[in-house]
Design a protein around this ligand. Structure first.
Ligand SMILES: Nc1nc2c(c(=O)[nH]1)N[C@H]1C(S)=C(S)[C@@H](COP(=O)(O)O)O[C@H]1N2
Ligand SMILES: [Mo]
Length: 287
């Protein structure tokens, strides 16, 4: 029996609405929309062929060399989807925001990799390795709190299938890089997110102090206006389980990218190591 796998008929990206009710869905027929459809068809065709091949196909696929822990043919589909999500992201999107009162009072916690060792919050420093080279620079929590405070209530989506609305506060990563020009080789700050320095690093790496949890982000996502170096939930300092003293929040990405207890930030020319990508998840982890 032939296995039938059909691509979705419509635009594969669900409608997306901004906080003020504006429809941010890609206009049908736009270059990016065509790319979306083409890529999705190709992914489905790929999976359809795997289905037709049955057991032999699976054996073939599973015996392919690995790339970041996933057999290469799967990795290609994931990467194509990741590239699509990255391109779409760059174009327009903002994650929906909610009224503060819609945030949950008791925010559940999930994931403790990199949080197992004791931490002295007073001695903690954020270490940043400048893209242009030179010694790492250290920042206290007070340095971060001196930057503009942004509060936002957004959805945290976990790859396990649950999501919650959370009230966060912190500073935009873009504002950090506006004040401390560490992400461009020339040492130029980001003055305008829409026109960043030409020599801005393409990737950012975030790692816990013990290096046991690590996340890579493309720079567009890192300087997105809703990407925060976050220090509060519901107006209270982060608990240890939520990533005290400083964690990442980036609501267009799944929870796996929201690294808790940031130790070191560095910049890179290629995709930095990523804990969950190594376990087979889409590197971009956008949604
Ligand atoms: N250091 C670290 N950060 C992490 C994780 C982790 O295991 N270790 N898990 C991630 C996952 S899978 C999710 S869903 C969110 C959950 O954030 P919360 O515990 O504040 O709800 O944290 C993310 N950040
Ligand atoms: Mo998660």
């Amino acid at each position: 029996m032939a296995l039938e796998v059909k691509p979705p008929a419509d635009n594969p990206i669900p409608p997306h609405v901004s906080p003020d009710g504006q429809d941010l869905t890609l206009p049908p027929g736009s270059a990016l929309d065509r790319e979306a459809t083409r890529r999705t068809r190709r992914s489905f065709i790929g999976l359809g062929l795997a289905g037709l091949g049955g057991v032999l196909g699976w054996r073939y696929l599973l015996n392919r060399p690995d790339a970041e822990g996933t057999p290469l043919p799967f990795r290609r589909v994931l990467d194509a989807n990741g590239r699509l999500s990255a391109a779409y992201f760059r174009e327009t999107r903002l994650a929906p925001e909610f009224a503060k009162s819609q945030g949950v009072a008791q925010v559940r916690t999930n994931g403790t990799a990199g949080l197992q060792s004791a931490i002295d919050l007073g001695a903690w420093r954020l270490r940043v390795q400048p893209y242009g080279g030179g010694p790492a620079q250290e920042f206290t929590l007070a340095d971060i709190k001196a930057l503009p405070r942004i509060e936002m209530t957004t959805q945290l989506k976990c790859i396990e299938g649950w999501s919650i609305v959370v009230n966060w506060a912190g500073t935009r990563f873009a504002d950090f890089l506006a004040k401390y020009p560490l992400a461009s080789r020339s040492g130029q700050p980001i003055r305008d997110i829409a026109n960043p320095p030409a020599d801005l690093a393409p990737y950012v790496s975030l790692v816990t102090p013990d290096e046991k949890y690590y996340v890579g982000l493309d720079m567009h996502s890192a300087i997105h206006p809703q990407t925060l170096l976050c220090y509060e939930i519901n107006g209270q300092p982060l608990s240890i389980a939520h990533g005290a003293p400083l964690r990442l929040v980036t609501p267009l990405k799944y929870g796996i990218k929201h690294l808790k207890r940031i130790g070191t930030i560095a910049f890179a020319d290629v995709r930095p190591a990523d804990y969950w990508a190594e376990l087979g998840y889409d590197w971009d982890a956008g949604h």
